[in-house]
Design a protein around this ligand. Structure first.
Ligand code: UT7
Length: 346
């Protein structure tokens, strides 16, 4: 028996405002037919001006704490690439708003792999006795950094937050986080970028400079690397934890594109029915993507105690990561901001 982090609670949040593919089609040269056939996405949620990443993170965290039946943690790790400010980190402000001022709190920036990296950091800290209970949050507001004229990125990304509570336990318990694989490839850092706003190119005001503060993605190359790296990472994880592909009950991967999810499942030899997908309703929510997919599946009864669950993320950096969990018996609330009539329409 080894000390391990155990999943004890799960919650999510998306902002109420929905943008459908048809709405994007009225503004840009795109259509529901193109977006849905190329990505699987039907709609996404976006923040109103003035709503920041921490606002979403706090909502998701409150729901994860309620799911875990606690209001206390001693560590908060927030995965985000759209912090409230470039400096300081957003996690301490989230801790304060949760009434947890004083706890250890820091941000992790690994774009769409951020949640798996944050989960690994918190699990390792629990394993080492640095924390007894932790909140791991993935939250992003990519709508605030998208180029309004870029039909490709506007079609894909949405805003949201997802959170889990981890507690110290042992590796034989349901919910135990059993292993990780993490990796990066900085040679391809130019495939996903925001040029300005860092030390290489400080942010400046003005219309010309605005273009440099927007998120840019070389979609086709990212697609290729996503399939390759997610497949490799999941395979490495399976070897680490000693699971065969056919033993995986649920594959919960970063919700970038349904074609990527199926391509990775095929590479791994998984039945496509193990693939968990909520991207039709929320799009690609970056660091929130995996916990929001977990939240959605748990609410639908698609994740049940004892199942072998593999999480796999991939994103800018490039970065990737996978984690293995035996699903625990936890109560998860549905997202109040997703209208039930809009669910599962495709
Ligand atoms: O979250 C981090 C990881 N991100 C990802 O994993 C995203 C990976 N990439 C993708 O999912 C896909 O590459 C996209 C969905 C971004 C693009 O799909 P694609 O099938 O690779 O399209 P493409 O980039 O090859 O573009 C094909 C055509 C182009 O037009 P031309 O040059 O053939 O005339 C694009 O300009 O589709 C055009 N296009 C669009 N047309 C209508 C690109 N975006 C759109 C759009 N609506 N929204």
């Amino acid at each position: 028996m080894t000390r391990a982090a155990v999943l004890a609670g799960l919650g999510g949040w998306v902002p109420p405002r929905v943008v459908t593919n048809d709405e994007l089609g009225r503004e840009l040269d795109t259509s529901d037919a193109w977006i849905h056939s190329r990505t699987g996405i039907r709609r996404r949620h976006v923040v109103d001006p003035g709503t920041a990443t921490s606002d979403l993170a706090v909502e998701a965290a409150r729901r994860a704490l309620a799911s875990a039946g606690t209001d206390r943690v001693d560590l908060i790790v927030l995965a985000t690439s759209t912090p409230d400010h470039p400096c300081p980190a957003t996690a301490p402000a989230v801790a304060d708003r949760l009434g947890l001022n004083g706890v250890a709190a820091f941000d992790v920036a690994a774009v769409c792999s951020g949640f798996v990296y944050a989960l690994a950091a918190a699990s390792a800290m629990i394993g080492q006795g640095l924390a007894g209970r932790a909140l791991v949050i993935g939250a992003d507001t990519f709508s605030t950094i998208l180029d309004p004229a870029d039909r490709t990125t506007r079609a894909i990304f949405g805003d949201g937050a997802g959170a889990v509570v981890l507690r110290a336990g042992d590796d034989r318990e349901p919910g135990a986080v059993l292993g990780f694989d993490l990796g990066s490839d900085g040679q391809h850092s130019d495939l996903i970028t925001v040029a300005a706003g860092g030390s290489r190119q400080p942010a400046t005001a003005g219309p010309v400079e605005d273009a440099a503060r927007y998120f840019r993605m070389r979609g086709k190359e990212v697609f290729f690397n996503a399939v390759l790296r997610m497949s490799e990472s999941a395979q490495t994880l399976l070897r680490t934890v000693g699971w065969n592909p056919e033993e995986i009950d649920r594959f919960v991967a970063h919700q970038a594109n349904i074609r990527i999810l199926y391509a990775v499942a095929d590479q791994l030899g998984l039945d496509r029915r193990t693939v968990v997908a909520n991207l039709d309703r929320v799009g690609n929510t970056v660091a929130a993507s995996i916990p929001l997919a977990l939240q959605d599946a748990a609410c639908r009864g698609d994740l049940v105690p004892g199942q072998r669950v593999v999480l796999t993320g991939f994103g800018g950096g490039l970065t990737w990561g996978s984690a293995a969990i035996r699903w625990p018996d936890i109560a998860v609330e549905p997202l109040p901001t997703i209208h039930p009539d809009l669910n599962h329409s495709n």
